[in-house]
Design a protein around this ligand. Structure first.
Ligand code: GUN
Length: 295
C-alpha cells in the first residue's frame, strides 16, 4: 500500500504572512508618516538574479513598502560598490539594504556584506547578525531559514525534542538554520526550537543512514532530486529548499514523486520554501524600519 504525503503549501502560507505584514505596515506608516523601503543592489546581468530581484520589488509593493533597485554593470569594482553601500547606510529613506548574490567573481563579496550597517542588513549576513543569532538573541533572522521554520509552525509541525537533519552547510541556509533550531527558544516559541540537529554534508559517512534517523529532513544542497525515498524515514516531514533547473523543469533537491510515497508531509518545488524567503525579507524590512525610527 502506498500513501501520499501532505503537501505543505508554501505559497498559501506566504500569502497569509504577507497579509499580516501589510496591515502592520499600514499601521506603522499611519503612526509615523513613513514608508519602509528596501533598496536592492544588482550587479551584472545574471538572468536568475534579475528574476529574484524583480520578485522582491513586486512583493514590497504588495505589502505597501517602497522598493528601489540599483542596477550596476558587471564591471563595477569592490571599492565602488562599497562606497554605494556606505551611502545607503546613511540614507534616511532606505530601511533595508539587499545585495543580490552571487556577485561577479572579481568583487570581494565578504567585504561588501561586512560594509552593510547591521541595522539595515535584512538578509542577516553581516557577522554581527550571525553572531547574535549564534548567541540566541537575533535581531534579524535569515530569510530562508526563518521561512522554513514558518512553514513548520503554520503547519503545526513542532521541532522541540525532534531529530532534525539538515543536508547542506551553507552560510545562507544550513548553518543559520541549524543555529536557530538548536536554540532554547525562537520568535515563534520554544516548540519551534529545541531540536537535536545533525548538519550533514559532502563528507558525512553513510548519509542515508543519517538522514533516515530524522523526524524532519531538510535538503539545502542545490543538487536536483538528490534525496530519494530510501533516504527518508517513513512518516518524516521533508522540507525541500533547493531550486534547480533540470532541462526546462524547476526541481528541488528532493525526488518529489518518490519521497511523497514515504514522507508524511513534503514541500513542493516551486511553491514551497521559495515564496517564504521573499516574505521573510519583507518582515525583516519592517523590523529595520522600526529599528531606525526608534534610535
Ligand atoms: N541569492 C540567492 N539567495 C539569496 C539571498 O537569500 N539573498 C541575497 N542577497 N542573494 C541571494
Amino acid at each position: 500500500m502506498t500513501s501520499t504525503a501532505r503537501n505543505l503549501d508554501g505559497k498559501a502560507i506566504a500569502l497569509q504572512i504577507q497579509e499580516e505584514i501589510k496591515s502592520e505596515v499600514a499601521q506603522w506608516s499611519a503612526a509615523t508618516g513613513k514608508v519602509p523601503q528596501l533598496t536592492a543592489i544588482l550587479v551584472g546581468d545574471d538572468p536568475a538574479s534579475q528574476v529574484y530581484v524583480r520578485n522582491k520589488e513586486l512583493a514590497c509593493k504588495r505589502v505597501g513598502m517602497g522598493s528601489q533597485l540599483i542596477h550596476l554593470p558587471s564591471s563595477t569594482t569592490t571599492a565602488e560598490l562599497e562606497c554605494l553601500v556606505h551611502e545607503l547606510n546613511a540614507d534616511q529613506n532606505t530601511s533595508g539594504i539587499l545585495v543580490q548574490l552571487p556577485l561577479p567573481k572579481h568583487i570581494d563579496a565578504q567585504r561588501i556584506l561586512d560594509a552593510i550597517d547591521w541595522r539595515k542588513d535584512v538578509d542577516a549576513f553581516h557577522p554581527y547578525n550571525v553572531g547574535l543569532l549564534s548567541q540566541g538573541r537575533p535581531h534579524f533572522l535569515p530569510c530562508t531559514p526563518f521561512g522554513v521554520v514558518q512553514i513548520l509552525y503554520r503547519s503545526g509541525i513542532k521541532t522541540a525534542g525532534k531529530r532534525v537533519c539538515i543536508i547542506g552547510r551553507s552560510d545562507i541556509v544550513g548553518k543559520p538554520l541549524a543555529a536557530m533550531l538548536v536554540q532554547r527558544n525562537s520568535p515563534l516559541g520554544p516548540d519551534w526550537a529545541n531540536a537535536t540537529v545533525t548538519l550533514a554534508h559532502r563528507q558525512t559517512p553513510d548519509l542515508p543512514k543519517v538522514t533516515r534517523q530524522a523526524d524532519i529532513l531538510i535538503a539545502a544542497i542545490g543538487q536536483p532530486e538528490f534525496v530519494r525515498a530510501e533516504m527518508v524515514r517513513p512518516g518524516a516531514t521533508v522540507i525541500d529548499v533547493g531550486i534547480n533547473r533540470l532541462g526546462d523543469r524547476l526541481v528541488g533537491d528532493v525526488d518529489f514523486a518518490g519521497v511523497q510515497q514515504v514522507a508524511s508531509a513534503l514541500t513542493p518545488v516551486p511553491g514551497g520554501v521559495g515564496p517564504l524567503t521573499v516574505t521573510m525579507l519583507l518582515s525583516n524590512t519592517l523590523i529595520a524600519a522600526r529599528t531606525a525610527s526608534s534610535t
